[in-house]
Design a protein around this ligand. Structure first.
Ligand code: DGP
Length: 117
């Protein structure tokens, strides 16, 4: 498991590293991705550190539900709830997971290709 004292997204959640925060919930924080891949690209992360989507357990159910509701709220606020958006959780090297703190990418505002490259 990642040392949470050395975790970038834990630092953003704590406010010690700056980010463009767009929404908060009981269990999550949403902030703009520093390297946006679409007009809307927001990251939704749990306040409590979880390494990645494959590290989620049944005990995290309430946190996960909260994050999905937060992602929907972000999509609505960003104006893409009706046009459509993608939720992505990368796991591991082949998926290019670079930050080891669970995050949902909320991506939208343009036509997204499928399958992803
Ligand atoms: P992933 O590849 O799924 O681990 O996505 C990590 C994302 O995090 C990537 O799209 C870029 C973003 N990111 C990396 N460092 C920072 C940062 O310091 N601030 C913000 N806002 N986003 C970051």
């Amino acid at each position: 498991m990642t040392d949470v004292t050395d975790c970038l997204f834990c630092a953003i959640v704590a406010g010690t590293t700056p980010a463009d925060v767009v929404a908060r919930s009981d269990h999550g924080v949403a902030f703009r991705d520093v390297n946006p891949q679409a007009p809307v690209h927001v990251l939704v992360v749990p306040i409590r550190h979880i390494d990645h989507a494959a590290a989620v357990t049944a005990a995290d159910g309430a946190v996960l539900a909260d994050l999905f509701v937060l992602a929907r709220r972000v999509a609505e606020a960003e104006g893409v709830a009706d046009s459509g958006f993608r939720l992505v959780a990368n796991v591991g090297e082949d998926a290019a997971n670079s930050v080891p703190h669970l995050h949902l990418h909320v991506i939208g505002g343009r036509r997204l290709g499928w399958p992803p490259g």
